[in-house]
Design a protein. Structure first.
Ligand code: SOE
Length: 368
């Protein structure tokens, strides 16, 4: 068998979760896989909490978020609630001394995200944001190859994150309302993952960008929509690489098509989230597809390979590795590439830059 993620070093972690939707289920599976005790859960109603506790296997259902946050027997709280509630819940959790995993966007305003970074540092707790696509072994492989110079100087980046679950006017979700979702929808929800991955893999921050956004439907169901369905972004990195990024939740047939392709002076690499076992290596005369294999992987990639070669890993495996690393960090470890609140703040800065560019039609300098 292959190497597994780090032991937490602090005994059994007691986990609490806020929220009862799809992401709460994914977090719960990852916490269970990491050996945590599933202590408590709270959703938006006491009845919802009771159902979630029963279905997901928590020891107790809390009446509401405040009751869960006040509990003294928790080590880590996972915030999986609607976007606009993240910042205040995460802050309360930090002040109560809990380590926090907060879904993205960490906050819908840059100032709130910055406050959270500072609060976590002051209280000495771990603050993590699940930019989990970093945890695909072939993403780490691409990153290692760029870092050791295989690609040469980075010239261009071609990328997209496409989904179709908001294609029809009747497709509605709390994310479409500014009061619960925030001023940005598509970019904050999935563009944030894409840009996190670009910067993480390239090690080359985006320096400036020009964005155009589009809202296709002004109403969905009975609701007015105020944020975007689609964003198209042109960008330049600090090293001078030029990039294009398309983000849409209305691309018919595309379910979770996150694709990043980096072109260097010598070689290219391409990763597709829906084919996570593969990394395309582009060359002038001998392009090839590298298959995931711990035996030939870089150490950082091998560390995350929970299954031997030929036994496919996917989204939940990446999530499990992320949560295992968070719990290891709670135990004092410093796992390579753990996405923290600082990365959540970075996503908020990029989201604000995209909205500002879309509003003004101008290139925006993205602050470091
Ligand atoms: C819905 O767009 C969603 O669940 C995102 O919120 C997640 O971050 C992404 O990983 C999958 O799609």
């Amino acid at each position: 068998m292959t190497t597994d993620v780090t032991d937490t070093g602090v005994g059994t972690i007691r986990t609490g979760v806020l929220g009862g939707g799809f992401m709460a289920r994914v977090h719960t599976a990852a916490a269970r896989a990491a050996g945590a005790q599933l202590a408590g859960i709270a959703t938006s109603t006491p009845a919802g909490s009771a159902t979630a506790a029963r279905d997901l296997g928590y020891e107790r259902a809390e009446q509401d978020a405040q009751a869960l946050l006040a509990a003294s027997d928790l080590d880590v709280v996972h915030v999986c609630t609607p976007n606009a509630t993240h910042a205040s819940l995460a802050l309360t959790a930090i002040e109560a001394g809990h380590h926090v995993v907060c879904e993205k966007p960490l906050a819908t305003r840059v100032d709130d995200a910055r406050d959270l970074v500072e609060a976590a540092a002051r209280r000495g707790v771990v603050g993590a944001v699940p930019f989990v696509y970093r945890y695909h072994p072939m993403v780490r492989e691409a990153r290692a190859r760029i870092a050791r110079g295989d690609l040469g100087a980075l010239l261009t980046i071609d990328c997209a994150y496409l989904q179709d679950w908001m294609l029809l006017p009747g497709d509605d979700d709390w994310r479409t309302r500014a009061a619960s979702g925030g001023d940005s929808r598509a970019f904050a929800d999935i563009g944030s993952h894409l840009f996190d991955l670009i910067e993480f893999v390239a090690g080359d921050p985006v320096a400036r960008l020009l964005a155009r956004t589009r809202r296709v439907f002004d109403r969905r169901g009975a609701h007015e929509v105020t944020n975007e369905d689609v964003a198209a972004v042109l960008f330049e990195t600090e090293s001078g690489a030029l990039g294009t990024a398309l983000v849409s939740q209305m691309a018919a047939g595309r379910k979770n098509a996150l694709v990043v392709e980096f072109h260097g002076a010598n070689e290219s690499v391409r990763f597709e989230q829906e084919r996570p076992e593969e990394l395309w290596i582009g060359a002038r005369d001998s392009s090839r597809v590298l298959l995931r294999d711990p035996a030939t992987a870089s150490p950082d990639s091998a560390r995350l390979q929970r299954m031997p070669a030929g036994h496919p890993m996917g989204y939940q495996d990446a999530f499990n590795s992320f949560v295992a690393d968070v719990y290891a960090a709670v135990g004092g470890a410093h796992p390579e590439g753990l996405p923290t609140f600082a990365d959540g703040l970075r996503a908020a800065v990029l989201t604000e830059a995209v909205l500002a560019s879309a509003a003004t039609g101008q290139w925006i300098e993205v602050p470091r």
